[in-house]
Design a protein around this ligand. Structure first.
Ligand code: NAD
Length: 321
């Protein structure tokens, strides 16, 4: 059995490895070769923590496992990040534990890979302005990954807490992109691609603010009640997601669904676009929206890659069970 630490994950899985792993597992999900099991997420009645499991099996990649963890709101005071998780991988032929892999860095890199895959397949090729709504822990990962998908010339960003924007500007500086903090209306008017990555419970981007041809990757809404964009905007867009069952219950489309503006059949798995069974964007004026809810198979895909690369590089600890 292998133990792969957080540090080893950082050394072995970069953005390109995460992109390839996430794109492949979205394709497998759409073909019915990989499926996620029902998610468990519970308030444990201690430390205000939410704890749960996301698991699944990818038959094409032969990856079976579970990500376990959650959210501990007081961790920051202890010098730890609030989201904590670990991935356990099992041998699909025998059920034996194969690896324990740190899940914190991998969660950020697989979430950024998810919006990146959507940008690669759905954004207009001539997209030049990237908009970010949110400036928390995930936002920098999102910016770095998105910047590799198109020839962006500028980043515009908004955050509820403006004091968090300088850290995001540093990332833009680092990759050589001009950065401007703007109001949300201006962000909608300028951006060709918009990533939302906040913990909001109300719409932050309205339909009338977004121009034709925009691609949105809505990444923050992963729980019932959360919301980042106007339900009317969702209804006006051509909709894609990682997994329809999650999108309509805990993802960004939940509000348009409950308002009766759209139905499940209006949403396409992005894996269909990757597999070539759906055309994706069909016009330069179309608004496309990817609802990235975050599925367990993404975690298993990147963790499996981390374990493989760490073993090859001699960086994994081997332990007898
Ligand atoms: P974080 O706590 O570091 O940052 C939270 C961000 O949301 C900050 O930009 C903050 O200013 C903003 N925010 C907080 N409350 C807000 C409100 N009421 N209105 C508008 N903005 C608000 O969190 P993070 O790790 O960057 O994660 C951001 C979001 O992404 C969270 O909701 C998290 O659950 C979600 N997430 C989704 C996935 C996925 O796969 N889809 C994966 C990881 C995290």
């Amino acid at each position: 059995m292998l133990i792969v630490s957080e540090e080893t994950c950082k050394k072995t899985v970069g953005r390109s490895e995460a992109f390839a792993a996430v794109e492949a597992v979205f394709a497998a999900m759409a073909k019915g070769d990989a499926y996620n099991f029902p998610v468990i997420r519970e308030a444990i009645g201690h430390a205000d923590a939410l704890y749960g499991f996301k698991s699944g099996f990818d038959k094409s990649g032969m990856v079976l496992g579970v990500k376990s963890g959650g959210y501990w709101p007081d961790n920051m005071e202890k010098g730890l990040i609030n989201h904590q998780s670990s991935v356990f991988l099992f041998d699909p032929d025998t059920g034996q534990l194969k690896a324990v892999v740190g899940g914190n860095y991998l969660t950020a890199i697989r979430t950024a890979a998810s919006s990146s895959v959507s940008i690669a397949h759905l954004a207009r090729p001539d997209a030049r302005v990237l908009g970010l709504v949110g400036a928390g822990h995930q936002a920098g990962f999102q910016l770095r990954a998105a910047a590799e998908q198109r020839d962006f010339e500028k980043v515009v960003a908004w955050n509820l807490h403006p004091e968090m924007l300088p850290a995001l500007k540093k990332v833009a500086d680092d990759i050589g992109l001009p950065f401007e903090a703007v109001e949300r209306e201006q962000l909608g008017a300028e951006a060709d691609v918009i990533i939302t990555i906040t913990s909001a419970f109300e719409p932050l981007m309205m339909k009338d603010w977004v121009k034709p041809g925009t691609h949105l990757a809505c990444m923050g809404t992963d729980t019932a009640g959360k919301q980042e964009v106007d339900a009317e905007l969702v209804a006006a867009a051509t909709l894609f997601t990682d997994e329809i069952a999650q999108s309509v219950t805990i993802g960004e489309t939940q509000h348009a669904i409950s308002a009766g503006l759209i139905s499940d059949s209006d949403i396409t798995p992005v894996g269909d676009v990757i597999n070539g069974t759906h055309p994706g964007r069909t016009s330069a004026d179309e608004i496309t929206l990817f609802d990235g809810t975050g599925v367990g198979l993404q975690d298993l895909a990147v963790a499996s890659e981390a374990a493989r690369l760490a073993e090859d590089a001699g960086l994994a600890r081997k332990v007898e069970m």
